[in-house]
Design a protein around this ligand. Sequence first.
Ligand code: SF4
Ligand code: SF4
Length: 125
Amino acid sequence: MAVMITGECISCGTCIDVCPVMAIVDDSDNPVGDVYYVKPEKCIECVNHAPKPQCADNCPTEGAIVWDMPYTEAFNDYYVLGHEEGRYQIREHKSKGLMSPAVKAMPYVESLEMRAREAHANVSE
Ligand code: SF4
Ligand code: SF4
């Protein structure tokens, strides 16, 4: 990921329209819950698209979009475990298999302190 949508989400639909890479699905398509959902294997944290994550910048709800770990090889186990435990549903590719960070890493905001990610801090702060 990337960023993560929490239970604070009010399903207003704003974020889905501003994501540059179509990484967000609505509550009816969320594979793991009943609010909006960010696909970690698609989210690029808006790197090279905008100065800050556009979903969070446009979200009206405090605490609805929080930081998650970088989608990089160093966090492969974290995401694979999350997938197995049902927190994520990472896409399965026909030949490559699970599109985990080890198979395809994504850009992330390198300047962000890791403790903000570990604490799932609000993205908009
Ligand atoms: S941070 Fe950017 S790329 Fe990631 S879900 Fe939000 S809008 Fe999409
Ligand atoms: S903009 Fe915020 S409140 Fe609205 S659907 Fe997205 S995460 Fe939920």
